[in-house]
Design a protein around this ligand. Structure first.
Ligand code: C2O
Ligand code: CU
Ligand code: CU
Length: 494
């Protein structure tokens, strides 16, 4: 049951209303986290209805750690296979989930579960997913990392009304990669994603299949999210710095039984805002992939750092370990998150090849742009800005010629506040060229679509904008930042 110990009684403080948000933001920053979204201000800012942050009392749920098994999200079967596409149907609903052992928590769900069903696609074989919105609020769906037409990208104003449905078409004209789908509704994406609108979308290509990496039951996607609860077990959508319960595939501190062999784990940081630094108690984690698929060669890691929206694929080899061994996946800040229990011996004919897949060459860039992410904390409400302007879904910030490559210098303009930002670009992928002029870090390897931009620093990336025309977003993937305006849009033109 929930422990009655109160962690922080924000609601009882003398500070209230509008003044609270900046205060919370600074509290969060002091804890190494990022600023809170403001309370809603529908009157002053009618077009931008960011969800209000709740200030209800948060309690630490009490439970026996590592007592429940981490589930693997179920794989969705197509409703139909036509000549043109595999067709899926997914309902968006309000339901409950047992995030913490013994407690039923109201959540939003794709396909009935807090971590939505996994869709497995193949390069070159299109998928169409019809999402039906059975919530009493607007919702939509963005395929994060997807190379998709603008009409299927989940533009923040392209919403599914309550009771309505929308068919999204995904051509899968891209390399194998760990993608994910999540809500992207204007101003409400942060609350909707927090409450459960997220799931995996895995693309596999032939080249990857022939490598014979661990597959099937040994290829396990793991979604990391964070939550805070009130004394009834309901999620509180409050100060992100207080979301201290970390969920792995929707379970707090689970265990996962493994056989003594190799596994592939596809790690996704689906927190609204946060960075994990994961290790396995010194045991090797071999990184094979990043946001947009395989690295050229495996990279041995002892610690992996990744922020909101980013993915890291690792292979862990349990084969040398006696049955009964336990290995703890640990975050540098939050401690033990997931315990792997070696429960049986196993035959293993999967491989971890020395060479995976070369990266495509980067075409020469035709121009360079600057993208500054920052907050304006001067007014009553924090506002997120990109190049000094808050998001306007009707404004085009950059026009980009289809087929060209550009270099973008992403600048974190919040060195003074100490706020981290995690930049994400729709439609395409990018390579990290440098950080403040020095070579990128080991966490920047390969094809990325989301990249961390620490306070006061800059990152240069090269991206090719090809294949589709139309309007696409780019934004900070700390969703309490994008939902208050730290988002802009580009238009790909002929
Ligand atoms: Cu994962 Cu525009 O988002
Ligand atoms: Cu995206
Ligand atoms: Cu940000």
């Amino acid at each position: 049951m929930l422990q009655r110990r109160t962690m922080l009684t924000i609601g009882a403080t003398a500070v209230g209303g509008a003044a609270l948000a900046p205060v919370l933001g600074r509290l969060g920053a002091a804890a190494g986290e990022l600023p809170a979204a403001p309370p809603a201000d529908h009157s002053a800012h009618a077009n931008h209805q960011a969800t209000a942050l709740e200030t209800r009392v948060t309690v630490a749920p009490e439970f026996v750690p590592f007592s429940v098994r981490m589930p693997v999200p179920r794989e969705l079967a197509p409703k139909r296979r036509t000549r043109a596409a595999d067709e899926y149907e997914v309902d968006i609903t309000a339901t409950t989930a047992e995030l913490v052992p013994g407690i039923q928590t109201p959540v939003f769900a794709y396909g009935g579960s807090f971590v939505g069903p996994t869709i497995r696609a193949k390069t070159g074989r299109p998928v169409a997913v019809t999402f039906r919105n059975r919530l009493d609020r607007e919702a939509n769906v963005h395929l994060h990392g997807g190379h998709v037409p603008a009409t299927s990208d989940g533009h923040p104003m392209d919403l599914i009304a309550p009771g309505a449905a929308k068919r999204y078409e995904y051509p899968n004209s891209q390399r194998g990669a760990t993608l994910w789908y999540h809500d992207h509704s204007h101003g409400t994406e942060s609350e909707n994603v927090y409450r459960g609108l997220h799931g995996f979308y895995l693309i596999e290509d032939d080249a990857e299949r022939h490598l014979n990496l661990p597959r099937g039951a040994y290829d396990v996607p793991i979604m990391l999210t964070s939550a805070q609860f009130d004394e009834t077990g309901a999620m509180v959508y409050g100060n992100p710095g207080l979301r201290t319960t970390i969920l792995l595939n929707g379970k707090a501190q689970p265990h996962f039984p493994v056989a003594a062999r190799k596994y592939r784990f596809r790690l996704l940081n689906a927190t609204n805002e946060g960075v994990f630094r994961l290790s396995l108690g010194g045991a090797p984690l071999t990184q094979v992939g990043t946001d947009q698929g395989l690295l050229p060669a495996p990279v041995p890691r002892t610690e992996i750092k990744f922020g909101s929206g980013e993915r890291v694929d690792v292979v862990v080899d349990f084969s040398g370990l006696p049955v009964g061994t336990q290995l703890m996946l640990t975050d540098a800040t939050s401690g033990g998150l997931l315990r792997f229990d070696v429960t049986q011996r196993a035959h293993d004919d999967s491989r971890l090849p020395q060479v995976l897949r070369p990266l495509p060459p980067v075409p020469p860039a035709v121009r360079e742009r600057e993208v500054v992410l920052s907050f304006d904390l001067a007014g009553p409400m924090p506002q997120g800005l990109v190049n000094g302007q808050t998001y306007d879904p009707d404004r085009v910030d950059f026009q980009i010629k289809e087929g060209t490559t550009e270099i973008w210098r992403i600048v974190n303009g919040d060195g003074g506040f100490g706020f981290l930002h995690n930049f994400h670009l729709h439609l395409t992928n990018f390579r990290v060229l440098d950080r403040d002029g020095v070579p990128p870090s080991i966490d920047d390897l390969g094809l990325k679509d989301t990249v961390s931009v620490p306070p006061g620093t800059s990152v240069r990336v090269a991206a090719t904008f090809a294949g589709f025309l139309g309007r696409y977003a780019y934004h900070c993937h700390f969703l309490e930042h994008s939902s208050v305006g730290m988002m802009a849009q580009m238009e790909i033109v002929p």
